[in-house]
Design a protein around this ligand. Sequence first.
Ligand code: PLP
Length: 380
Amino acid sequence: MKINKSEATFSSIVGIGAKLKKQSEEEGLEYLFLNRGVNAVCTIDLTQVIASIDFNSTRIQVYPPNQGLPELRNAIKEHYFLGQSSAENISIVAGGMSGLDLTVQCLRLNTLYFARYYWGSYAKLAKIRGVDTETYDDLAQLVKLAQEQKIDENTAVVICDPNNPTGAKLDDNFLLKSIRQLDEHGVTVIFDSPYRYVFNSDKDDLFSQLARLEHVIITESFSKSMGLSGQRIGFIHSQNKEFNAELNIRILYNMNGVNAFAQELVFQLLSTAVGKKAVQEFRQRTQTDIRKNLIFLMENGLLADELYEGKEPVGIFAVVNKTEEELLKYRIGSVSMDYFCKEKTVQTHALSRICLSVPHQQFLTFFRKLPAPHMADNSY
Ligand SMILES: Cc1ncc(COP(=O)(O)O)c(C=O)c1O
């Protein structure tokens, strides 16, 4: 058997998680797993929503439509695009990763750009699909490159805001202005921001603004903002007909539609009173504890301030000025910033990404044990 090797490596974050779990079991001690990228303040309470789903319906028991259930695509149009797009522009996919991969497959690209500190999967995915990658320091730099015609329609730019790994958020007006400028120059923008809706409400109009732009593709996931990472579902939005036609073909021959149960579940969460209440409660509790954990870091001088200049730290991640090894001594799992950039340096090794989305009391129990001479006495 000859293998078509991609040379991409398995996710280091998954490896770190497995190592920590083993260590915790061997020692019989509790660890705080902040290395993960999921919301763990609470789970979404699906009890009432599940009770209202008819598992015997043909909507669930037969192949779903290739592009996704029309009812779900309409609900997404209303909820995420304030009714200002068409369900034809929305395709259901098996989560954010699948959406990104399908997007990269459909585009004829020379280079995929992403932020200097980035989610490692962008690079792995590009490698598997044979696309070169570059990083950018800020969007203004990319706009300048577009204006100077140094990047064009052979380039796609991934924007993740709030960012993974930093949890930093750009000002929405700046974001929109920069994306419009890139769009005007024919540069494709892949807006991959699955953490945005953890914090934003139904009134958010950014997606409806982005939906009007020819070269913008939105890849969205329900894993983070609805706590449904186990369901493997998300969507892609594009108003480019050629892109959507190619996507439809690739969805067919890749997955033959997306799990109908997951689609029905998200439909109910978006469109029924009990569903909306479950989502709202999940987000409310998640936001509250993320905020408290973030404030604790800021008040105790633990946030890597240099990464937040001109940006607002919001979560669900934050970067702290401790190494992965230092945090591990206090049984806190984290991921070194070495894993989120192209070149490891002394500076990146000194910093670690943690996930803030855990119960505040649990967070305090572990963080209060950290020796921190710079902390105010009364903070303990
Ligand atoms: C920035 C970013 N995009 C996309 C994803 C993919 O999410 P999923 O495949 O769970 O929907 C993740 C997951 O961690 C992520 O951090």
